[in-house]
Design a protein around this ligand. Structure first.
Ligand code: BGC
Length: 939
């Protein structure tokens, strides 16, 4: 027993460390009791500050070294201070012992929570024999500003665009550098704001709440506050803007405190999207900041943004997402964010009373630094222009280290690929200048990195460096909102491993506050079609619950008054008519979030908008529920010469969204609604069959995607289903056993092949290395997922630079198939409470090491063909059950550890046949072994 416990502990610990979990170790911190609990989260986040959910949901994970362990009861304590909690004085909520196996989304039912309150909490659980665990480690959440009246701060800013300096710069540039991009050369500098204050009494606690129209970076007494970037995130600023909360107690002192901020254009008024357009939401950036100071004697004080603040410009000459950042270190203002500074040259700020947006607590995952990346190669394709290869195509920036003379100007340009002559390929960036410039102070070693821009790149061109730069001259800083990591995939096939790297890399590059299409060119928008195609894969790689909670609000904010969902969210730049497969993100994304995390609230919040959307789709149909004569649809975007009729996509997605709305109604207990939508689904299906399906099972268009959609959306009954399945295989054969699908079809192609019993064919496509395939891009050096199958080909080189990103995640949607079929990890129903482990052994694979850290804990599926036996390690989290499929002829050939499977402890044999021996298990780790199958592995 001891050995088993130790093995679970050590192996989970190793997996956890590998995957970068910080808190996971607590979950498996087996404490000698039968069940322990840890990884406490509130509103899906670890220790969130400043939330505004009045009844937050609490989650934890239980762990055990024993088989078949489960939670039978829990006890939650919430106290207003750490001390009270440690004494078990739960003055906010004492749930008492609650008989329940629930560990996720337990709703807080304690005293009403007021603004600023701190909530320290811990959990105790009871196991199947009613033996209690120790209390978990304490966790915390704090409440933000819950009422608008709590805001004493004013929106303040400085109108830089009418300042003399800016107007002069503008006329200078217009004279000397006017070209077609002239308008983007003149960027307003970010603004520095400051305020000094003194405190007379000892401080107990200080918390700052901050927001901005534009981006802000907060400073207090010479220090940058928090590790977040691009705060307060992207929203439709006409409707809402978020604030972030930071505890700054440790930064304060008695006298001469200074609170400062730098504000830049960002999504609010900088360049966003295509068409060289800026000022999407407004022109005037501004700040809202409020520091709450609680003294030891119980009194309190507020320091807030108001007319008394001062403004100036500084070394930051330009800062723009698409264009880049320019920093002139000669203009640094020493001590601007510290007390005792001479601000005589600074100007008065303006107060803006007309900001309409509702100010709310940030609910998502802020952008943070993820990794530092060292260059792998430096070349000099052009005299004095050094090209650094960072080894992987990521999103972020570089930290520059230089020892130069005063005024030396170093120019950094970013690109995803190289031209044949080794120079950087930037045509595909379109109008994104993607250039950072640093001008040296000239007083020794200088280290600089930007804060208000990012680029998508693998290569950096460095020009103007005073000497020949070595590898330490630049360090890549990767940023993302894709955190924490929850998936792990590794197998014996190098290309498959590179593909998994590329998927995760591209997800990180595009989860920048919202899910975007690409991180490099002048686009970077929250394309709805891309998000819906990729969301299910996204959930296997990172915990996306808070991230999508935030974006689903953006999406609902963008819904048109007639019910149509937009092309992009937050809606701006692109049109608000999403069209089939794009607009459907409004049903697919909430449902997926529910399916993966069991989050009912997301369904409750989304359901009214789902209903409006279905009504919109239905109302615009022609007689007989057929698509309208005219409608916008992107089609099966970027397919390979295999277009799918738009009406087929329309009907398939209309049916699918209707079904998801029916399922949502059912989950919410709205029986009548569910009936109504299921019946609408049947009507759409009938109409689809009548209009688009022939007797031989041919679906209108006869494209791979047409079959994929008909099968995936459950639009065919037998015998049509089998016939359509055959037709799909025929179409793949006609394409010389290659896929031809675009964004819409690729999402489901592999899953449909698995469903129709053709995983052998799925493996064939998976392993293809010739065009078009995932392997093709990897053969040609891809370190991320390309937007198009033909982004680069040996015959044609780079495709149309007008649309050729090398970091688009849509085709990475194959990740779901990899986890569900190679790893074989699936949820049976909602939220991985019941798990299915059913690996399909095939293709070139002889082993796979995989895991998924679900809402209920870590699931592991590791298998290996070892001579004539199949070794299969499975770990199932406490408080869940799993049905495990072991590839084997019959039960006599299967062992768990040393025992025949039918005698193994905690294992119930369910069935045998069709190439698998099937058993049911509870929590625990299992080492199965079976004899190699005579007839090969099941398809
Ligand atoms: C974006 C896509 C998006 C598409 C719409 C492109 O410009 O990059 O990913 O879905 O437009 O078809």
């Amino acid at each position: 027993m001891c050995i088993v416990v130790l093995w679970v502990f050590v192996s989970l610990l190793l997996v956890s460390c590998d995957m970068g979990f910080d808190k996971m170790t607590k979950v498996v911190g087996y404490d000698g009791k039968n069940l322990c609990c840890g990884y406490l989260r509130c509103e899906y986040r670890v220790d969130p500050y400043g939330i505004d959910v009045l009844k937050p949901r609490l989650s934890w994970v239980v762990g055990s070294g024993q088989r078949n362990q489960k939670q039978t009861a829990y006890h939650v304590l919430v106290a207003s201070s750490r001390e009270k909690l440690s004494l078990e004085k739960a003055d906010l909520w004492d749930s008492g012992k609650v008989v329940s196996d629930e560990t996720a989304c337990v709703i807080y039912e304690g005293r009403p929570l007021a603004s600023h309150v701190q909530c320290y909490w811990k959990v105790k659980v009871w196991d199947k024999d009613d033996i209690g665990s120790s209390w978990s480690e304490p966790a915390v959440w704090t409440m933000g500003l819950l009422n608008p009246s709590g805001w004493k701060a004013k929106w303040i800013g400085y109108n830089i665009r009418e300042s003399k300096a800016f107007l002069e710069k503008q006329s200078e540039l217009t004279g000397s550098q006017a070209d077609e991009k002239q308008n983007i050369l003149v960027l307003p500098p970010p603004v520095y704001l400051r305020k000094e204050f003194s405190l007379v009494k000892p401080v107990k606690r200080a918390v700052v709440y901050a927001s901005s129209l534009g981006l802000y970076e907060l400073h207090l007494n010479g220090k940058r506050i928090g590790g977040d970037y691009f705060t307060p995130g992207w929203t439709d600023y006409n409707k809402r803007v978020y604030y972030n909360t930071y505890d700054v107690t440790e930064y304060l002192r008695g006298e001469n405190n200074a609170l400062g901020a730098v504000i830049a254009d960002g999504w609010y008024s900088g360049y966003v999207g295509y068409g060289q357009m800026r000022d999407h939401y407004g022109k005037q950036t501004c700040l809202l900041a409020q520091l709450h100071i609680e003294y030891n004697d119980g009194s309190s004080e507020i320091v807030a943004s108001d007319h008394s603040w001062k403004a100036a410009t500084g070394p930051l000459e330009e800062a723009d997402f698409l264009m880049g950042e320019m920093y002139d270190a000669r203009k640094e203002i020493s001590g601007w964010d510290k007390g005792g500074f001479d601000e005589s040259g600074w100007r008065r700020v303006e107060v803006f009373d007309d900001v309409q947006a509702e100010v709310q607590a940030y609910p998502g995952v802020t952008v943070r630094k993820f990794a530092e990346i060292k260059p792998v190669e430096i070349t000099e394709p052009k005299n004095g222009h050094y090209v650094f290869n960072m080894g992987t195509n990521f999103a972020g920036w570089v930290r520059l280290k230089v020892n130069g003379k005063k005024g030396d100007k170093i120019i950094l340009r970013f690109a995803e690929r190289l031209n044949p002559d080794g120079t950087i390929y930037t045509e595909n960036l379109r109008s994104a200048r993607a250039t950072d410039t640093y001008i040296c102070r000239g007083d020794g070693e200088e280290i600089w990195e930007p804060r208000f821009t990012f680029h998508g790149f693998q290569y950096v061109e460095v020009a103007g460096y005073p000497t020949r730069p070595g590898p330490k001259a630049i360090t890549g800083i990767e940023i993302t909102s894709a955190a924490p990591v929850v998936g792990h995939f590794e197998c014996n096939d190098k290309i498959a491993n590179q593909l998994y790297h590329n998927i995760c890399q591209t997800q990180r590059s595009n989860f920048i506050d919202i899910p975007t299409d690409c991180p490099q060119r002048d686009e970077r928008l929250g394309w709805t079609g891309d998000a819906q195609a990729y969301i299910r894969t996204a959930c296997m790689n990172n915990d996306t619950q808070a991230f999508f909670t935030k974006w689903l609000r953006d999406l609902r904010d963008g819904q048109r008054s007639d019910g149509q969902f937009p092309m992009v969210a937050p809606v701006k730049v692109a049109d608000n008519d999403g069209g089939p497969a794009w607009a459907d993100a409004g049903t697919i994304c909430p449902w997926t979030t529910y399916q993966v995390y069991g989050d009912r609230r997301v369904l409750e919040e989304s359901y009214p908008s789902m209903e409006r959307f279905i009504a919109f789709c239905k109302d615009r149909c022609q007689e007989g529920l057929l698509p309208p004569k005219e409608f916008h649809c992107f089609g099966d975007w970027l397919n390979i010469n295999d277009d799918t009729p738009k009406e087929v996509i329309y009907m398939a997605y209309f049916a699918y969204s209707t079904k998801l709305t029916a399922q949502t109604a059912e989950a919410l207990g709205k029986k009548e609604d569910a009936k109504k939508y299921y019946s609408l689904f049947e009507d759409i299906k009938a109409s689809f069959n009548k209009a688009y399906v022939q007797d031989d099972g041919q679906v209108h268009g006869n494209s791979q995607t047409a079959y994929v959609l008909a099968l995936k959306c459950d639009l065919l009954d037998e015998p049509m289903r089998s016939k359509a399945a055959e037709n799909l295989v025929k179409r793949i054969k006609e394409c010389n056993w290659h896929l031809s699908t675009g964004f819409v079809g690729t999402k489901d192609l592999m899953l449909v092949l698995a469903d129709i019993g053709r995983n052998d064919l799925a493996y064939r496509l998976f392993h293809n290395e010739t065009f078009p395939s995932w392997g093709f891009s990897i053969e040609h050096g891809a370190t991320s997922i390309w937007e198009r199958w033909d982004g680069w080909t040996p015959d044609k080189g780079f495709q149309d630079p007008g649309m050729n990103s090398f970091a688009h995640y849509s085709f990475g949607a194959v990740g779901q198939w990899m986890f569900e079929n190679i790893a074989g990890i699936r949820t049976d129903g909602i939220g991985y409470k019941k798990i299915v482990i059913k690996p399909y052994v095939g293709g070139k694979l002889s082993w796979a090491d995989t895991s998924y850290n679900s809402i209920h804990g870590l699931i592991v599926s590791n298998w290996k063909i070892d001579n004539d036996s199949f070794k299969f390690k499975v770990v199932i989290p406490a408080n869940t059950t799993a049905v495990v499929y072991i590839p084997a002829e019959d039960k006599n050939n299967v062992y768990e550890e040393t025992k025949p499977i039918y005698k193994a402890h905690g294992v119930t044999l369910l069935a045998e046949g069709k190439g698998y021996v099937v058993c049911k298990v509870g929590s625990g780790d299992y080492q199965f072994r079976s004899k190699f199958l005579k007839g090969g592995f099941p398809k």
